[in-house]
Design a protein around this ligand. Structure first.
Ligand SMILES: *[C@@H]1O[C@H](CO)[C@@H](O)[C@H](O)[C@H]1NC(C)=O
Ligand SMILES: *[C@@H]1O[C@H](CO)[C@@H](O)[C@H](O)[C@H]1NC(C)=O
Ligand SMILES: *[C@@H]1O[C@H](CO)[C@@H](O)[C@H](O)[C@H]1NC(C)=O
Ligand SMILES: *[C@@H]1O[C@H](CO)[C@@H](O)[C@H](O)[C@H]1NC(C)=O
Ligand SMILES: *[C@@H]1O[C@H](CO)[C@@H](O)[C@H](O)[C@H]1NC(C)=O
Ligand SMILES: *[C@@H]1O[C@H](CO)[C@@H](O)[C@H](O)[C@H]1NC(C)=O
Ligand SMILES: [Fe+2]
Length: 543
């Protein structure tokens, strides 16, 4: 009886939702839209975002001996291949620790299309990394053995079952399964792609992940700032604001066991749903000998070789008829640099008749209107925006700013019907909590010199606007026209590409019921109006 009552209630809500959206979902063709700021519920949302403690069952090590744990799937560059990653053995933290020998445990995946017939085998490689601090009183860390195995020769849009581990050590994982992406082509798309940034590992992050799971994604994109292990000292003491709390440490410390906690918490989702990660500033994690990004580079598999970048910091891949480009703001983005050259080549190779959609992501946004990180990535924008525009990038996803924001189509700070829609989803729920003030709020405009992030650039690139309604000023005096919708709430987004021209974007708040959307829009490609350099077009010119 109770069950049916609940069921009926959900039914009514769904019908109400359908009614409120059906026929009335706006499209980008109706834009540019008047800027909207959703008011903040001050009382409800000013609580702290609290990290899961090490005593939480979901982050504790359950594996015995060399049993696989922290299992995850990620995509290769094309639909016929995926990576399976996992960890064996115990990490260590303290004094005089000795790294495990990665060669002591094999990296093997048995897989197949039937649960009972894992008739194929793939062998990969393993590694360990260490986080070493040559300072008195600091603890060093060395990881468990991290395994990465690439499965090849897979059929598109197909479910595969697998076990990973080392059979000779008698320690294979439980049975898991994943589904490959559909074959690239203008009519084939994954059903739903979940997109989030700045996730962290708080109770709010767990709410984000639960909402995401209820939307049943085929793929998860994590746009940087993963675990926030760098809000902790090596002795395990953490803070909501590192630079306000620990002002006398000789180096920015981090507590690597939290990466293991995150891997364990995420395993139920990531062992079945592929994840693609790109780096954020919280992955930098400087250690002794000027090493950086060691956890990020070691723990995830990237299609770096497969996409020709040979770098963990930038790469590309296809998901059906979408070509995704993942970029790195924290390494050189200069026109003379490796990343830019690779990007030029990658863009020139995209065949829009095979992958009509072109989506770019990186951590630090170009078009955020929040005070936090306002125009921080301006040097990157000045180098790369023209190239992305020329090749007709449809959508840009970013994180970094802990809020949600969707732009009107924009290029070079000017409304432009052929410019990409920029969407910031740095609202994953991490411990640093929400960004709430806007650069256009009275008295909130930052000093241009203060907007430089030394990890992003040596120069200050953001200067006062020279044209438009904010000419002569660094900030607008109202929500800028390029900002269509902004709201400070935790949540995640879902992209459903329907065909060559229509994609449905929905953004979901954590405080709402599952499957309820807070912002909904069809992003429509205007292929005839916006003629850009594409491979098929070049080909036409050639013949
Ligand atoms: C974060 O989660 C706590 C409960 O754990 C909740 O009270 C708070 O409102 C959440 N914060 C936001 C911004 O949603
Ligand atoms: C950590 O490793 C560094 C080497 O980079 C060494 O100098 C330091 O003494 C080690 N610290 C501890 C506590 O073992
Ligand atoms: C860790 O170090 C900090 C700073 O020295 C200190 O305040 C804190 O009490 C230490 N925590 C533990 C658990 O030792
Ligand atoms: C961008 O706009 C500025 C004026 O605000 C102009 O000086 C610059 O040349 C434009 N850049 C491009 C690539 O169009
Ligand atoms: C830039 O704009 C700010 C206001 O946003 C103003 O105070 C400042 O004087 C301007 N600087 C220049 C060089 O015009
Ligand atoms: C794409 O999907 C939209 C929304 O369902 C529909 O209106 C449009 O006609 C479709 N376009 C093509 C080319 O199939
Ligand atoms: Fe960030």
């Amino acid at each position: 009886m109770r069950f049916w009552k609940g069921f009926a209630l959900v039914g009514v809500i769904l019908i109400l939702l359908e009614e409120s959206f059906s026929g009335s979902i706006p499209t980008t063709l109706d834009g540019p839209f008047e800027p909207v700021t959703s008011p903040l519920d001050q009382i409800k949302f000013r609580g702290f975002a609290v990290d899961l403690p090490e005593s939480d069952q979901r982050v504790m090590r359950q594996a015995k001996g060399f049993e696989p744990e922290q299992i995850s799937v990620s995509l290769s560059a094309t639909e016929d291949s995926v990576w399976i990653s996992w960890i064996t053995g115990e990490s260590q933290i303290g004094e005089d620790i000795e790294p495990l020998d990665p060669a002591s445990v094999a990296s093997i995946v048995y897989f197949g299309r039937k649960k009972t017939g894992l008739n194929r085998k793939a062998v990969g490689y393993s590694l360990v990394y260490s986080q070493l601090f040559p300072f008195e009183g600091f603890k060093n860390y060395t990881s468990g053995i991290i395994h990465h195995v690439r499965l090849t020769g897979l059929k598109p849009g197909t479910r595969y079952f697998y076990r990973c581990g080392d059979p000779s050590a008698g320690s294979m994982s439980n049975l898991h399964s994943f589904k490959t992406m559909p074959a690239s082509g203008p009519h084939n798309y994954p059903s739903r792609i979940a997109i989030v940034g700045d996730l962290g590992l708080t109770y709010n992050s767990t709410s984000t992940v639960a909402h995401m799971q209820s939307n049943n994604p085929d793929l998860l994109l994590l746009i940087g700032d993963v675990t926030y292990s760098d809000l902790y000292l090596t002795n395990g003491t953490g803070s909501d604001c590192y630079h306000c709390s620990f002002n006398d440490t000789p180096i920015h410390e981090s507590y690597q066991p939290r990466w293991d906690y995150w891997g364990r918490f995420m395993e139920p989702l990531l062992s079945e749903t592929p994840i693609m990660v790109v780096e954020g500033n919280h992955e930098l994690e400087e250690q002794g000998h000027h090493k950086t990004f060691e956890a990020y580079k070691s723990r995830f598999a990237f299609p770096s070789v497969e996409s020709g970048s040979n770098s963990e910091f930038y790469y590309s891949f296809n998901a059906g008829g979408i070509h995704f480009i993942m970029l790195g703001p924290y390494i050189s983005f200069k026109r003379s640099g490796e990343q830019y050259k690779w990007l030029e080549g990658d863009l020139a190779n995209v065949d829009r008749s095979v992958t009509p959609w072109l989506i770019a992501t990186w951590h630090a946004p170009w078009y955020s209107t929040y005070r936090a990180h306002y125009r921080e990535a301006e040097c990157m924008r000045l180098e790369m925006e023209e190239l992305l525009y020329t090749y007709g990038v449809d959508i840009v996803f970013n994180g970094h700013v802990h809020a949600y924001e969707r732009s009107n189509r924009v290029y070079n700070y000017t409304l432009d019907e052929c410019g990409p829609v920029h969407i910031t989803v740095g609202d994953g729920g991490n411990r640093e909590n929400l960004a709430i003030s806007h650069a256009d709020d009275p008295g909130n405009c930052p000093d241009p010199a203060s907007t430089r992030d030394p990890h992003l650039s040596d120069n200050v690139c953001a200067t006062n606007f020279t044209v438009g309604p904010a000419a002569g000023k660094f900030c607008w005096d109202r929500q800028p026209e390029y900002s269509a919708y902004r709201e400070g709430s935790f949540g995640h987004g879902i992209l459903e590409v329907l065909n060559e021209t229509y994609a449905l974007w929905t953004w979901h708040r954590n405080q709402d019921l599952y499957n309820t959307a807070g912002d909904v829009i069809y992003i429509v490609r205007e292929t005839e109006k916006c003629l850009f350099r594409t491979k098929s077009q070049d080909d036409t010119i050639d013949c």
